[in-house]
Ligand binder design. Structure first.
Ligand code: C2E
Ligand code: CA
Ligand code: CA
Length: 556
């Protein structure tokens, strides 16, 4: 790019010089006409023998003029050539400035004016323009697993697939990273053609891309927006507005599970604004320590005795009031803040649990994302050391979704935690896709039957059979079983028919805060007589950053 610019500058300098040369030649022609006017008749007369010879000075001047004219003519021809060269250099510079070098598509800078042009052109004949925002769903993974040059190849292939489907007057741009956009004149009066384009795009891009021996599959989320009154109201539509709306629709498609398309609707903008407020408040909430652990009792169903508590996160948000984890955990996960948030809660829970009877266990929920961190087990062990908490009292609940990716890493983390005495439970069992082989190979300490199955115990029939089957499975694998969602006497009654299992649920009360739990345990005489002396804490040594450091990172 820089080379083209310098070449362009040089050509322009030379062209300036040549203009001077052309000026000199023009002057020479004028002088030639002037001197020629008096010299040539003198020469003619001397040839005819009627006069003296021409004035030598004038002849010399005439010859000089001829030389200057020849010189000027040559420079003029060169100048024409250089102007051509300059034009093509300018053209090259323009193309470079407007296209994405990797894919040859337009780039972010050039798509906006091209869209505005199309809006004006189509608008003149009362037609509309659709903007199609395309974002790859799993491109980071392709880069991480196969390397950047494979990533480039995937991007080029996708650009080709998109362009192949593009209607004749459509435009395609790569906006950066793994984001593409198309702009299409709608033509007739409905959106069907655009819908079809989006659907075919999703299907076509999803076909495997071959990288040597391996094939990778990439999906896309697509947002669609059109420059009509439905989206723009009274504002005049423009590229910037269209792009913004298509982006919001694309974001919505991501939220709805990716690999799909959505048209922009005005209420999506409100949802997005709410989401931004929530994200802002969540960041602030972590700093202000608005997240607190609540506790749900875990009971031995035979004796009715409390065996421990499951910690459930709650957010006492200044802005939004009290919120449950299903609202904020997914947001924290997407913001990359789940690990510091979770560790902050676990630290509080360890302190709370230290004041309880040391026989009582503490169960905590872990997000699948936390298990992507190869340091996860070290981090947990470090917290146990920091808070002098015996690892045998800690029970980590992971869901089946954790087992979908990177089973080898999960297995080694489970193994290292169990080596230190920490228990691992498989939560919400029956709702995911863990195979029997995985269950046999992954050393869980406990299965928790999802409350959807337990709820069905109220009615006679298939519900009971499933619970029975899971309990037998646990028996065979030597994994104790906990029933979640014991809501009332009828469920409790149905469970009493099974051999000894643990249970938890609203039948024993709603999850409670630390102070209420303490009052409950005090009444039962089950508070710790002495604080734990730390003998049981595990030994860890590594230099992984602390939770506080990572919170800073999440804030950055
Ligand atoms: P979970 O691990 O399955 O937790 C049990 C959920 O069921 C809790 O909802 C609890 O309040 C609710 N529950 C308990 N007993 C009953 C009952 O008898 N009937 C019914 N219908 N529900 C009952 P909660 O607190 O809203 O938590 C929802 C989910 O959020 C949890 O499901 C867990 O997966 C997740 N979660 C909670 N705290 C954390 C956390 O600190 N980190 C992570 N990663 N996830 C958490
Ligand atoms: Ca749980
Ligand atoms: Ca559960």
């Amino acid at each position: 790019m820089r080379d083209t610019k310098t070449a362009l500058k040089n050509t322009m300098k030379r062209a300036d010089r040549d203009l001077v040369a052309l000026g000199i030649a023009a002057g020479a022609i004028l002088m030639f006409l002037g001197t020629g006017g008096s010299v040539l008749p003198q020469i003619a007369r001397s040839w005819m023998g009627i006069g003296t010879g021409p004035d030598t000075l004038l002849v010399n001047a005439l010859l000089l003029n001829v030389a200057l004219i020849i010189f000027g003519w040559r420079r003029y021809r060169e100048l024409l050539e250089e102007i051509e060269e300059r034009k093509s250099a300018e053209e090259r510079a323009r193309v470079l400035a407007e296209t994405d070098p990797l894919t040859g598509c337009l780039n972010r800078r050039s798509i906006a004016p091209a869209t505005d042009e199309m809006i004006a052109r189509e608008g003149a004949s009362d037609r509309h323009v659709a903007f199609v925002m395309i974002d790859l769903d799993n491109f980071k993974q392709v880069n991480d697993v196969h390397g950047h040059s494979a990533g480039d190849k995937v991007l080029r292939e996708i650009a080709e697939r998109i362009t192949a489907l593009l209607p004749r007057d459509g435009l395609c741009a790569r906006l950066g990273g793994d984001e593409f956009a198309c702009v299409i004149p709608r033509g007739d009066n409905n959106n069907e053609q655009i819908e079809r384009f989006a659907a075919r795009l999703i299907e076509r891009v999803a076909a495997p891309i071959h990288l040597g021996e391996v094939g990778v599959e990439v999906t896309i989320s697509v947002g669609l927006a059109i420059d009509d009154a439905g989206s723009f109201g009274t504002e005049p539509p423009d590229a910037k507005g269209l792009m913004h709306k298509a982006d919001i629709a694309m974001y919505h498609a991501k939220k709805q599970g990716k690999n799909r398309h959505f048209w922009f609707e005005p209420q999506m903008e409100d949802e997005l604004r709410f989401r931004h407020r929530l994200e802002h408040a969540l960041r602030q909430g972590i700093v202000e320590r608005e997240f607190v652990p609540f506790y749900e009792q875990q009971i031995d169903l035979k004796s009715g005795e409390i065996l421990g508590f499951e910690m459930l996160a709650r957010w006492k948000s200044e802005e939004f009031g009290h919120l449950g984890p299903s609202t904020f955990i997914p947001v924290a996960e997407e913001m990359g803040l789940i690990a510091p948030l979770s560790e902050m809660l676990i630290e509080q829970a360890l302190e709370d649990a230290k004041t309880w009877d040391p026989k009582l266990t503490l169960a905590v929920n872990i997000s699948a994302l936390q298990l992507h961190d190869p340091w996860f087990s070290q981090r947990i062990l470090k917290l146990l050391v920091k808070h002098n908490f015996p690892p045998e009292r800690l029970d980590i609940e992971i869901t089946e979704s954790c087992l979908q990716e990177n089973v080898a890493l999960v297995r080694s983390m489970i193994a290292s935690l169990r080596n230190q005495g920490v228990k691992i439970s498989l939560d919400d069992f029956g709702t995911g896709y863990s195979s029997l082989a995985q269950l046999r190979n992954l050393p869980f300490d406990q299965l928790k039957i999802d409350r959807s199955f337990i709820g069905e115990l109220r009615e006679d029939g298939s519900g009971r059979k499933i619970v029975d089957a899971i309990i037998q499975l646990g028996d065979g694998l030597e994994m104790p079983v906990t029933a979640e969602g014991v809501e009332d006497d009828s469920i409790l009654g149905a469970l009493s028919g099974f051999k000894s299992i643990k249970g938890q649920g609203y039948h024993y009360g709603q999850p409670e805060d630390a102070a209420t739990v303490r009052t409950r345990l005090e009444a039962l005489g089950r508070l710790a007589e002495h604080s734990a002396d730390g003998d049981g804490a595990p030994v860890v040594s590594d230099d992984e950053p602390d939770t506080d450091d990572r919170m800073q990172a999440g804030n950055a």
